[in-house]
Design a protein around this ligand. Structure first.
Ligand code: NAD
Length: 478
């Protein structure tokens, strides 16, 4: 559904009206467009004491074609910066009205060496100086350590404190700027996550904390970063429309061979989706449509058999889901049971069938679609929120069991996404959902799809048991 307010306040006439009336003016988010570079410009880098990821960071920036500028606050660090050919300096706030290309595209702070809360002055100095130099739709990434791996209480405390910093920066920055914290365990691979969080692909992901661990099945850098899923086979449930159709299209665009699954009633829509993917897809015509009701008792075995016959599967995306809203006092048992069954139990049954027969291969990826309702709860959605919180619980509980097989399992939790589901909401609820987040607008299905594609990529071997919200830093459940 179109967001007419967003379009209006970003038109020449609407901009001046909004300015004179003091109305909020959410920015048009920069998303990836064909022909436009994914990465460009300057990335300003700050650091606390002994930043451990500086070299890795500079190497990734060089690979992206971005220029690293070491901030003067990272004084002890400047010789290393010079060795990498990085410029150094201070960041004067750019005058309002300065062109976005004159601004810094990303602020990256390496906080891995911070071992005491007294050292938190370093990120203050960096962001105080540099935040106003950041372009619209710019990126803030803070690199820290998982508090659980810290050697002292003081270090774990300081590392945890970074969460508040990052989330607040996301709320202060506005203008489509995102702010996220990567907790990087010693030896963990950083590249795929850094690429995602610096890219327009993460346009609607802000205020998130993601843990990167070392993996028994180390990340393999793709030959071509524009096709990280080349040769991988993916199953996407609920692929006929909405978020599922976008996930199928984005995975295919990243090179995967996709099996899109949906119910009989959505057969035509599913065929349409798979056809349009085939036309646009680099892997050509190998995609398939599979008609199954995931709630049917025979579905797990039927899905496993179909995928086994196609040579196994590397990526499973549990996207199919339903809402049947009523307050609990008015909700029939049928409404309760159907939502728990389709949204939660069916995922478990399908995984069981795919894991039992090794249909999901070693090094596989499971991504389950949850919802911020599962984090915050929602009036009239006790069944839905219970099912979606269960999805998160399952991801946490299953991740340790799958590590030995090199299989990761993560959840994405969308906030307000412009789809059929949200178009049906009453006007007031819809507007509140759209505006009450740091971006001042709803997300698009492609925002969820890009997040799924990143979690599903070979480079994300060290990410498991995480929940990534795709909600523009929604105030709901924050
Ligand atoms: P949608 O209703 O547009 O699409 C859901 C798809 O799942 C449909 O094609 C439907 O036919 C299919 N499906 C439903 N039951 C099925 C079953 N038993 N077997 C097979 N397929 C089935 O929904 P959407 O908005 O695209 O949402 C996709 C997922 O994202 C859902 O899990 C939803 O809960 C979640 N989500 C959506 C939003 C949002 O704002 N739209 C927010 C948070 C979470």
């Amino acid at each position: 559904m179109k967001d007419r307010y967003l379009d209006f306040v970003n038109s020449p006439f609407g901009t001046s009206i909004a300015r004179s009336l003091g109305l909020p003016r959410p920015s048009m988010l920069r998303r990836l467009r064909p022909g436009e570079p994914e990465f460009h410009g300057l990335a300003a880098i700050g650091a606390g004491p002994s930043p451990a990821l500086f070299d890795a960071l500079m190497n990734v920036l060089a690979a992206l074609g971005m220029t690293g500028v070491a901030h003067a606050s990272a004084a002890g660090w400047l010789p290393v910066a010079a060795r990498h050919g990085a410029m150094s300096g201070r960041f004067e706030p750019r005058p309002s009205g300065a062109h976005d290309n004159d601004r810094v595209q990303a602020l990256i702070f390496d906080a891995t060496g911070i071992e005491d809360s007294g050292q938190l002055h370093a990120p203050y100095a960096f962001f105080h100086d540099a935040l106003r130099s950041l372009a619209r739709s710019g990126r803030i990434v803070v690199l820290g350590r998982p508090p659980g791996t810290c050697a002292s209480v003081a270090a774990a405390t300081a590392q945890h404190a970074l969460e508040g910093l990052v989330r607040s920066l996301g709320k202060e920055a506005r203008n489509g700027i995102t702010s996220n914290l990567l907790r990087v365990a010693e030896g963990a691979d950083l590249e795929a996550a850094l690429r995602f969080f610096l890219s327009p692909r993460s346009a609607y992901v802000s205020g998130q904390v993601v843990t990167l661990e070392t993996s028994s099945n180390p990340s393999v850098a793709p030959v071509d970063w524009s096709q990280p899923l080349a040769g991988r086979r993916a199953l996407v449930t609920g692929a006929a429309r909405g978020i599922g159709a976008a996930i199928a299209a984005v995975l295919a665009g990243h090179g995967a061979i996709v099996t899109g699954l949906d119910v009989e009633a959505a057969r035509d829509a599913l065929d349409q989706t798979m056809l349009s993917i085939e036309d646009a897809s680099p892997s050509g015509g190998a995609h398939a449509a599979l008609i199954e009701d995931i709630a049917a008792p025979e579905a797990p075995e039927a899905i496993a058999a179909a995928l086994r016959a196609a040579g196994g599967i590397d990526i499973v995306v549990h996207n199919a889901g339903i809402t049947r809203d009523k307050t609990i006092a008015r909700m029939s048992a049928e409404l309760w049971d159907s939502v728990i069954d389709i949204n939660l139990l069916a995922q478990a049954r399908i995984d069981e069938a795919l894991l039992a027969g090794n249909v999901l291969q070693h090094g596989g990826r499971i991504v389950a679609v949850s919802s911020i309702s599962g984090i915050a709860g929602n009036r009239g959605q006790t069944n839905y929120a219970t099912s979606k919180a269960g999805v998160i619980g399952r991801v946490h509980a299953l991740a340790p069991h799958l590590r030995a097989r090199g299989i990761t399992i993560n959840a994405v939790a969308p906030g307000f996404i412009e789809t059929h589901m949200t178009a049906r909401m009453p006007f007031g609820v819809r507007e509140a959902g759209r505006r009450l987040n740091s971006m001042g607008q709803g997300g698009l299905p492609v925002d969820v799809a890009e997040t799924v594609a990143w979690l599903a990529s070979p480079g994300s071997a060290g990410i498991t048991g995480n929940v990534v919200r795709v909600c523009g830093q929604s105030l709901i459940g924050a």
